[in-house]
Design a protein around this ligand. Structure first.
Ligand code: XLS
Ligand code: CA
Ligand code: CA
Length: 437
């Protein structure tokens, strides 16, 4: 096989003093942090769609990036070459996981049967490359948003025939993910939303989405797929409003349709900020409600304000995210998947390495900082002191749901004005900066 990244050898850990841009300064896979290796905490994954299929197109122009593995007029040859390139990249970077959509790895054929045949051929090669390298899917998924049949959504399409096509596609994508030993399967609501309510029956569409996910749960049981199901929130883009708009909306949906036992969430940082939240907020909501699953690691751009999917380099945000994640027990089936793309002027293959090395080093630093914050326990102590009065007999009775309004009135009439305390936000922020510097 030709080498697609000959200019890069295996990426190694050289420590913070290294000046080699193609070496890790902070990510040392085997280093133990809070009793677990960095690799086991962070579970890095490379995404197929941006890293190997993204060629830098934007609404103003076509792609700028030319890749050697695209150099054939036969789509199946391109698919095979791309897979070889991908596994060379995963191995050189030293990640254990990858993520894919069905249509990223194999081209769509003229019929569903043809598409499935293409997929089977590529999956056979993927199994061989996985065996050679030991790399596995963190999760798989189906692309239910690119083909024009899905313009009005997939599970929420006004046509049951489109619903059926989408279900058939997910059925196959689940089988393939299982065959490759995937640790999970993601449902991101591609075009499950609306552009105008003038043509949309929202209640009906939500019911259909619930039915679709129940069919997936049933099929999972039927084939014995043991991977974790995830829903990935996003508030808008491509539709004006996506039904799975944020972690809160997903949780309400899962509860209403009795799906909460079968799904966790895949939180993407840039989707959180598009929803008007922070990355940490979305994770904190998941921890508080027992639905923390996996993470799509990236960042947006404050000034562009769109789903720019940039590589995560913001140490502050990553530290706060990991602080919450570690307190929530860390990843089980999930991991940090770089759902991020290089900018369209970053046209060289080596730019893909710079991007991933930067993201991995940022999270490795963040992990060490968050671990120190947890070990020292200063923030946790502050929070538990702030709520200490809830641990008294009076507080516990209210929290247990055993108190009444009349008792509250009696208490207030006898105790008078409550004593209030400072939230100490600035002190805490200074403390955080001291950890980060
Ligand atoms: C798009 C989403 C998508 C999902 C997988 O915004 O991030 O890539 O992660 O379908
Ligand atoms: Ca994503
Ligand atoms: Ca995104």
């Amino acid at each position: 096989m030709p080498q697609f990244f000959p200019e890069v050898k295996m990426v190694k850990f050289e420590g913070p003093k290294s000046r080699d841009p193609l070496a890790f300064k902070h990510y040392d896979a085997g280093e133990k942090v809070l009793g677990k290796t960095m690799a086991d905490h962070l579970r890095f994954s490379v995404c197929y769609w941006h890293t190997f299929k993204g060629l830098g197109s934007d609404p103003f122009g076509p792609g700028t990036i030319i890749r050697k593995y695209n150099n054939s007029s036969d789509p199946m040859t391109v698919a095979e070459m791309t897979l070889w390139a991908a596994f060379e990249f995963f191995a050189k970077l030293g990640v254990d996981y990858w993520c894919f959509h069905d249509r990223d790895i194999a081209p769509e054929g003229g019929t569903l049967a043809e598409s499935n045949k293409n997929l089977d051929r590529i999956v056979k090669l993927a199994r061989k490359l996985q065996r050679d390298t030991g790399i596995k899917p963190l999760w798989g998924t189906a692309n239910l948003f690119s083909n024009r049949r899905y313009m009005g959504g997939a599970a929420t399409n006004p046509s049951p025939a489109v619903f059926a096509y989408a279900a058939a596609q997910v059925k196959k994508a689940m089988e393939v993910t299982q065959e490759l030993g995937g640790a999970g399967y993601v449902f991101w609501g591609g075009r499950e939303g609306y552009d105008t309510l003038l043509n949309t029956d929202m209640g009906r569409e939500l019911d259909h989405l619930g039915a679709f996910l129940h069919m997936a749960v049933d099929y999972k049981k039927k084939i014995g797929f043991r991977g974790q199901f995830y829903i990935e929130p996003k508030p808008k883009e491509p539709t004006k409003h996506q039904y799975d708009s944020d972690a809160g909306a997903c949780f309400a949906f899962l509860q209403k349709y009795d799906l909460v036992d079968h799904f966790k969430l895949n939180i993407e940082a840039n989707h959180g900020t598009l929803a008007g939240h922070t990355f940490q907020h979305e994770l904190e909501f998941c921890v508080a409600n027992g639905i923390l699953g996996s993470v799509d690691a990236n960042r947006g751009d404050l000034l562009v304000g769109w789903d720019t999917d940039q590589f995560p380099t913001d140490l502050y945000d990553c530290t706060l995210g990991l602080y919450t994640l570690l307190q929530g027990g860390g990843f089980r089936t999930g991991g940090l998947n770089f759902d991020a793309k290089v900018r369209r002027q970053s046209i060289d293959p080596v730019d893909l390495f710079h991007a991933h090395i930067g993201g991995m080093d940022t999270f490795a630093r963040a992990l060490k900082i968050a671990a120190r914050m947890i070990k020292d326990g200063k923030f946790a102590r502050f929070v538990s002191q702030r709520y200490a009065a809830w641990d008294t007999a009076f507080g516990r009775k209210i929290a247990a749901g055993k108190a009444t309004f009349a008792e509250m009135e009696k208490y207030t009439l006898t105790q008078g004005e409550p004593r209030i305390q400072s939230g100490r936000q600035e002190m805490l922020e200074n403390m955080l900066n001291a950890y980060i510097s």
